[in-house]
Each structure stands twice: as C-alpha cells, then as structure tokens.
Design a protein around this ligand. Structure first.
Ligand SMILES: Cc1ncc(COP(=O)(O)O)c(C=O)c1O
Length: 450
C-alpha cells in the first residue's frame, strides 16, 4: 500500500464517487477510512469514531466477525468462482440458497435468485413481476406503482420507481408507466395530515383511485420499503403496509417489499415485512445478507409466484436475466456464514433495544434544540433527525448547516450520514449501549456548537 501522502494527494483525483459531484470531492476530499474494529472506524489521521452509518446501512455484524472472514478466505482457496448460469452451480450457492430460504420461510418466501447488490435485486423483482403476469396470460400488466420518498437503487428500473427527484432528473427519461403515491410521512404531506393512521387511510384511498384510473389490468407490481430508509427514515403507521397488501391482493398486483435496508434484523425483526405482519410476493434484499463482507443481493420469490414459473413451459418461464456474479461461490460462503452469525448473535434483539435507546436519546435532544424539527425511528436501528431553521414553519435547514453539524458529530466521536435537511443513522446491529450513548452525546456537542 502506498503511503499516507500518496493517498491524500490522489484522493478523488482518479476516483469518481457515487452520490456526489466530482468537483465537490476535489474541493473537499472524502474522509479516508483506513481500518475498522467492531462498530468503530478509524480514519487516515487515526481519529476513531463509532460508525453510526454501519458502512452504508449494511455492516450489520460490525467489522470484526472472524467466522465470516474465515468462510470467505476458505472459499477463495476451494473455488474462487464458477458460473451459476443454468447448467452449472457450486456447493456454497446451494447451501446459501437454503439458508436464505429458511431465514425468510416465515415471510412465505420459497425461492432465491442471487444478484450482486440491492439495485440488481430490485431490477430482478421488477422484471420477474412482468414475466409472472405474461406467463399468466396478462402481458398488458406492465406498470409499476411505488411511493414518493422511496429509494430503490439506481438502475433504470429502480430509478423509475424511485421517489426522490435527486436520483431521477439527470437521468430522464425513465421507464414509462411508473406512478408514485404519497409517502406515509406525517411530518410533511400534501394532506396536512399529522396522524399516521389517518394518513395511511388517505394514501390507501389514493392508491385505489390511481389503480382504477390506470386500470388494474395494466399494473404489474407495487414496490415499497417497509420503513423508507434513504428517503429519511420514514416510519409508516403500523396499518400502512397491511393496507397496501390488501389493495394489491384485491387488484391482482404483485407486492414487492424492498428489504435491502430493512431485511436481516435492522427493524428489530428479521424482515420489515414481518415487522408489519405482511407477506409480500417478492422481496429484494442485499446489504445485511453478507453484512457487506462481500457484495451480494437476492430477489426472493414467494411459493405462489414460484409455482407459476415452475409449472409454466420453459419458453414462457425462461429467466433470461441474471449476472455474472449471481450465486458467486465466495459471496455465497459469506451469506451462509453471515446468516449463521446473525442468528447466533440474535442481532434483531439488540437492534430493537439499541434502536429505542438512540431514538429516545435524540428525542431528548429535540426538547433541547429548536433546530430539530422531527426525530424518526423507534423501530430498530434506523433513525433520522430532520433539521429546520424555524420549527413553527418547518423551514428545512440549509445544507451547509446540516453538513456542519455532521462534521461536528464526527469530530465529537460518531460518523453519521448527512442528507440535508436530514442526518441519518444506521449503525451496526451489534452496537453497544455505551457506543449509542457516544452517538447521542456527539450530537449534543455538535448541535450545541452551531
Ligand atoms: C431500499 C433500497 N433498495 C435498493 C438499494 C440499492 O442497493 P445497492 O446500492 O446495493 O445497489 C438501496 C441502497 O441503499 C436501498 O436502500
């Protein structure tokens, strides 16, 4: 490895970073993270912080899980790669698919299609949902419904169902036939409805209205995150996902739960769908499936949907979609080890307890600081603060101040993720009580200093 001077000098010179302007990265080079232990990260200058971002909502087991590291390293020697396109497979892929199937059996999941990440998984679900209807003799069911504020990755399909202009505008025109419902976001919504249950009813009515306007027979699927993550940790009312499920069932629309963040314990349950008592028709997963030790995702298919494919003739049911690294043997070894560790450590239980601690701690800060407009969370380890410059009018805080707060939090001991006017938190699910307290105290210090 080159020395620190080389790294600092070349930082962002050759590498373009996702989710930022290249010029901004040149002007303010990104923090260079050099190593990690447990739930802590260390930068190139030796500054240690609690990783309140969990990598990127993904390092669920933290950074020191030897069981996962050893499984990956063993597999690199046994079989570093072989194709899993129809016609060949590998032992770790078979084992991992059974582990994932068992992990999500309670959600009604029957089959697993491995991918390389979350965007791939979303894309796979969207495509398979169209193909499902085609097999059933309804090729005109091609449209997609989704939620404003939802995040579904950056492929053209995912960006088209994405509910945030930031990820869409520069890449338009997107896929035709995608329609977005109001987000279940009581703090801000066009109905001025602050009661989460009443808002859920209004969005359900809006969804029915849209389906009847479009014609149910033109709609393939509805996709939603059980708790909206990147859009600002928007926690719907407990009735919301069930209402959406009922509507999808009534109109023959497949429900895709995008569990890329929520899956594998982050919400305090093994899936976000289970958290709300819903069985989707498909799930997209990634992140926690390997706790980021290897890039893997999966599209998960319910028994009912699987049956339609498996009983159809191969001309109609051939899945001419997939990735070179689908069912990669090293990734698959990471999946099996990660799921086994996730269950052994019962990370969902810690996520629920520490998530409540973080949420309550930040609500305490809301009492103290007027610039905190809204604190969202309380359902596992996904939490956000929305900053305002004026609490009464809910004027969003300017980006520069939010970034200043994030920098202050980092200097005071915790890495958190700014997405102005929000700052978001999604630490490893193994985080300790003391480390959560460091995060809360770091916010107190940083907000107190603005
Ligand atoms: C809900 C959701 N879906 C899809 C994605 C895309 O995943 P990836 O970045 O692995 O492609 C993300 C990423 O954060 C996500 O949060």
């Amino acid at each position: 490895m080159k020395d620190d001077n080389f790294l600092k000098e070349h930082n962002a010179r050759a590498l373009w970073h996702p989710m930022g302007a290249p010029g901004d990265s040149l002007a303010t080079p990104p923090t260079i993270i050099t190593r990690a232990e447990g739930s802590r990260i260390f930068d190139i200058d030796g500054h240690a912080t609690v990783d309140g971002v969990g990598g990127l909502w993904c390092a669920n087991l933290g950074y020191s899980n030897d069981a996962v590291k050893e499984a990956i390293s063993r597999q690199l020697y046994d079989l570093p790669y072989y194709s899993a396109f129809a016609g060949s497979t590998n032992p770790t892929a078979i084992e991992a698919s059974v582990a994932v199937q068992e992990f999500f059996a309670e959600d009604g999941i029957g089959r697993v299609f491995f991918t390389s990440g979350g965007s791939d998984s979303v894309e796979t679900c969207l495509r398979l949902s169209r193909q499902y209807h085609r097999i059933k003799g309804k090729p005109q069911r091609t449209k997609f419904l989704s939620l404003k504020k939802g995040y579904h990755g950056t492929h053209f399909g995912g960006a088209s169902v994405n509910g945030n202009a930031r990820f869409r505008t520069a890449y338009e025109p997107l896929l035709a036939g995608c329609f977005h419902m109001t987000a279940p976001y009581p703090y801000r919504n066009p109905y001025d409805e602050t009661d989460p249950a009443a808002l859920a009813q209004k969005i359900a009515a809006e969804m029915v209205d849209e389906i009847e306007f479009q014609g149910a027979d033109t709609i393939a699927a509805f996709i939603m995150e059980p708790i909206l993550g990147a859009g600002g940790v928007i926690v719907p009312d407990a009735s919301f996902m069930k209402l959406m499920r009922e509507i999808c069932t009534k109109y023959g629309i497949l429900m895709i739960a995008d569990e890329v963040i929520c899956g594998f314990g982050r919400t305090g349950d093994w899936s976000g769908s289970r958290h709300w008592g819903v069985k989707p028709d498909m799930m997209s997963v990634a992140k926690g499936i390997t706790s980021a030790y290897f890039p893997v995702g999966a599209a998960l298919i319910s028994e009912e949907v699987a049956e339609v494919f498996e009983q159809a003739d191969s001309a109609a049911a051939g899945i001419y979609h997939g990735y070179t690294y689908s069912a990669h043997p090293v990734g698959a070894a990471a999946v099996t080890a990660c799921l086994s560790e996730t269950l052994r450590l019962d990370t969902k239980t810690n996520a629920a307890a520490r998530g409540t601690q973080l949420y309550q701690g930040l609500l305490g800060l809301k009492e103290k600081y007027d610039i905190i407009g809204d604190v969202r969370g309380g359902h596992g380890l996904m939490t956000a603060i929305e900053f305002v410059s004026d609490r009464a009018s809910k004027t969003p805080m300017d980006a520069a101040t939010v970034k200043k707060i994030q920098k202050g939090v980092y200097e005071a001991g915790a890495m958190v993720r700014p997405a102005p006017p929000n700052i978001m938190m999604s630490p490893p699910l193994i985080i300790t009580e003391a480390e959560v307290q460091i995060m809360i105290d770091a916010f107190d210090t940083a907000i107190g200093a603005v």
